[in-house]
Design a protein around this ligand. Sequence first.
Ligand code: KIV
Length: 296
Amino acid sequence: MGNKVTAPAVKARKGGAKLKMVTAYDFPTARIADRAGADIILVGDSVGNVVLGYDDTLHVTVDDMVHHTAAVARAKPSALIVGDMPWLSYHSSPQETVVNAGRFVREGGAEAVKLEGGRKRIPMIEAVIDAEIPVMGHLGLTPQSIHAMGGYRVQGKEAQAAYELISDARALTDAGVFSIVLEGVPNVVAEMVTSEVEVPTIGIGAGSSTDGQVLVFHDITGLGAGGYIPKFVRTYAQLADDAVTAIEAFFADVDSGAFPDDSETYHMTDESEAILRGMAFRAASHILADEDMGRR
Ligand code: KIV
């Protein structure tokens, strides 16, 4: 683990060494991400899909997010901890957004928050930054807009839509975000946003031109429960399969009696065992004697 990463340090990495971000949702995944050298740990609302078993992120609440963010924070990572604000936690008013963002920091230990959307979120973003909480933007395929987008679709494929997205990125930067996630957009759009804004872009399904990359922990490690894996995911391990193999081996050892062996077993001293056996023998003798005397 290295020096603590801060939001200003992330911002200062614009155009420098690529930023490496990964999601984590609890103490062990945060420890693993930090040991691997993450610059940023995103406690993503993807927790809804990969940990809580929902079909989308719309069921995730602020309480869920604060609970998971606090578990990540207890790992005391060097990486910057960014908490993902869930659907409806930053949609009604700047005041309510600040209260919810404040819960991520005060109760969850987050050091920044992320929220999805472009220009229409500017009043909320400004209010949170005004409350001294750094904000990461998120543009392109924003999963909380699944119904408005008509499904998880690559965004900015048409020139006008791409132009709007670039304008959104400029507006977010002017509002003071310290970085922007670009998800599910064509490479050229990510490239244009990246050269257009002064803050680092972090891509997921946005090609190779961004200032950094992010993937979901369970996708990288093969810890998912199966199901659809998007084209932009690269899976580097098969931890779910390894876990099944490990647990099957445990069950086989239970069946055969090979588990536990002597080294996995607690023992008494020979002396204590002899005393115990004597006590048990005497107790059994009394019971037999009582039975003989008709007292039982
Ligand atoms: O919730 C999440 O995991 C995210 C990333 C995919 C950027 O928002």
